[in-house]
Design a protein around this ligand. Structure first.
Ligand code: GLA
Length: 380
């Protein structure tokens, strides 16, 4: 068993039963489409959150995080209610709550959490924590749930227990992705297809640039955008914006108040970009993904308006330095940018972004290359 067992024992005084890992993600394309019942195309990162765990028979949760300030959060399963746990511990506690609420026979547990998924960087560190916890409980309590079922329960934990109205993309990516592929997901039906995404074979790299502008979905802006999209669908008499065909976009926009039009235009064109991107990947033409990424960024910047000066500059500088395409990834308001670059251009593109940030007086970004990695799994 890996190092975590020793750390777990130091904190909890017993040996753990196992170690479960779940990754962060970057979304290649399909932003703010999941809660509109549309399409997304994320990959899992090599970075994971690991939950080392053991059952407890007394209905109590003892939660410790290596990044959490050195204290154990102790909770009674019985007393769990939305809103009562406000720290990082709300994510794992929310997963216990969601499982119990859905009627699954889950009891107490000791957890030791450690993570190398950057937090606040738009890379889904919360989904990684939820999905690693869900995978651990699924095994510890023999629940027999599938990866998509665990993802949906993890989303429920975040929506109803933590109080963030996110869609299902991050949890599905963290639970269901496989090595070497992107996850083409229909967020309405949860139908999934693992599309090969072999960057190395195409002589390409995916650069992830954390702008260090902390993003926070809990601050109301995300909820307001989601409500705007749902209102637009209602005004158009549709179950969701997914149901608006690209060919009907023009007349539909004429029927909406001005402030909702750009939101609808983004969602409809973004769903189209996901389908286009999947076509390119299926044909093995990974380079053709570049312009799709850049067009997606323009739509997030000009129509959906969730980019910021730092993400715009990172995209602009990466493309000017030779990236095939770039865009912000995740919910927005900061976070990370992805850039598709030739294998030989990684250093040049990241140096150009760093130089542009310095010239603009922004804090230095952090860049790394990512390969599509595996979803939640038992690792020890
Ligand atoms: C966040 C949410 C996702 C999704 C993206 C935007 O990551 O958690 O459900 O809505 O924003 O695409």
């Amino acid at each position: 068993m890996i190092d975590e067992a020793t750390e777990f024992e130091a904190v909890h005084g017993v040996r753990p039963s196992g170690v479960w890992a779940a990754p962060g993600r970057v979304n290649l394309i399909g932003e703010h489409t999941d809660y509109n019942h549309g399409f997304v195309l994320p990959i899992a990162l090599p970075h994971t959150t690991r939950v080392t765990a053991r059952r407890r028979e007394d209905g109590r949760l003892r939660l410790f995080s290596a990044q959490g300030g050195g204290t154990i959060t102790e909770l009674a399963l019985d007393g769990l209610e939305p809103g009562v746990v406000t720290s990082w511990a709300g994510y794992p506690a929310g997963v216990f709550w969601a499982l119990a609420e859905a009627g699954h026979a889950v009891g107490g547990a000791d957890l030791y959490v450690d993570s190398d998924v950057p937090s606040g960087a738009g890379l889904s560190s919360s989904a990684a924590l939820e999905c690693a916890t869900a995978a651990a409980l699924n095994d510890l309590y023999d629940l027999g749930l599938s990866a998509p079922e665990l993802a949906v329960l993890a989303q429920r934990a975040e929506n109803a227990f933590v109080g963030v109205p996110c869609g299902v993309m991050d949890q599905m990516a963290s639970s269901c992705c496989t090595d070497g592929t992107a996850l083409f997901l229909d967020a309405r039906t949860l139908e999934q297809r693992h599309v090969p995404f072999d960057l190395a074979a195409a002589g390409l790299r995916l650069l992830v640039i954390d702008t260090r502008v902390k993003h926070d979905l809990g601050d109301g802006a995300y909820a307001a955008l989601r409500a705007g999209c749902e209102r637009a669908a209602e005004l158009l008499g549709l179950p969701a914006l997914r149901d608006l065909a690209a060919a009907d976009l023009g007349p539909a926009l004429d029927r909406l108040p001005g402030e909702l039009r750009p939101l609808v235009r983004h969602v409809v064109t973004e769903n189209g970009r996901v389908l286009e991107a999947v076509d390119h990947l299926v044909r093995g033409d990974l380079a053709a993904l570049g312009p799709v990424l850049t067009a997606g960024h323009a739509s997030l910047r000009d129509d959906f308006r969730v980019s910021c000066a730092e993400t715009d500059l990172a995209v602009e500088a990466a493309v000017a330095a030779g990236a095939l395409g770039a865009r912000m990834t995740g919910g927005g308001f900061g976070g990370s940018v992805i850039a598709l670059v030739g294998a030989e251009q990684v250093a040049e593109v990241s140096a150009a972004v760093t130089a542009a940030f310095r010239a603009a007086g922004f804090a230095a970004p952090v860049a790394f290359t990512a390969v599509p990695s595996a979803g939640a799994r038992k690792v020890g």
